[in-house]
Write a protein that binds this ligand. Structure first.
Ligand code: 5GP
Length: 137
C-alpha cells in the first residue's frame, strides 16, 4: 500500500468522507470538535477511532497547526468517548500513528481506543528487525 502524503491533506481520504456523511459509520460520540466511531476491522473487543473535525493529516500536523481550542476540544472528546464506552474503570489504551515507521494508513488524524480485555504488551518486542516488516511501497 502506498504511504499517505504527509504534506497535502487529501479531501477524499476515507475519514473525510465519513465526516461529510458520504459513507456511514457507527458513531459512539460526537461534538463540535470530534467524531468517535467503531473501527471497521477491530483489533480488540472495543476498537474505536476518534478524529478531529478539522483537516489534519496526522498528529504532527495537528500539534503544529491546530488552535489551542481545537487541541483541547479534541482531547476532551477522547475522554468523553472513553466515558461513553464505560472504559474509565477497566482501562484502555490510546494509540496514534504518524509517518512511515508507524504504518499510518488513513491520512486524517485518528486516535485508536483499544480496550475490552487485557490488550497485551505495549509494542511488538522485535524492534531489532528479526520479524519481516510489511512492504511499505
Ligand atoms: P492507521 O493504520 O491509519 O492508524 O489506522 C486506520 C484504521 O482505520 C484501521 O484500524 C482501519 O481498520 C480503519 N478503517 C479504515 N477504513 C475504515 C472505514 O471505512 N470505516 C471505519 N470505521 N474504519 C476504517
Amino acid at each position: 500500500m502506498a504511504m499517505p502524503d504527509y504534506k497535502n491533506y487529501d479531501d477524499n481520504n476515507i475519514f473525510a468522507m465519513i465526516l461529510r456523511g458520504d459513507i456511514p459509520n457507527k458513531t459512539v460520540y460526537e461534538d463540535d470538535h470530534a467524531l468517535a466511531f467503531h473501527d471497521i476491522n477491530p483489533q480488540a473487543p472495543v476498537h474505536v477511532l476518534v478524529i478531529p473535525k478539522g483537516k489534519y493529516i496526522s498528529m504532527a500536523d495537528f500539534t503544529a497547526n491546530a488552535s489551542a481550542d481545537e487541541i483541547a476540544g479534541f482531547w476532551r472528546a477522547v475522554g468523553k468517548t472513553t466515558e461513553a464506552l464505560g472504559l474509565v474503570e477497566p482501562g484502555y489504551r490510546l494509540l496514534a500513528n504518524h509517518g512511515p515507521h508507524s504504518h499510518q494508513e488513513v491520512p486524517h488524524l485518528h486516535v485508536h481506543i483499544l480496550a475490552g480485555k487485557f490488550v497485551g504488551p505495549m509494542l511488538m518486542r522485535d524492534w531489532e528487525g528479526k520479524i519481516d516488516m510489511p512492504n511499505m511501497d
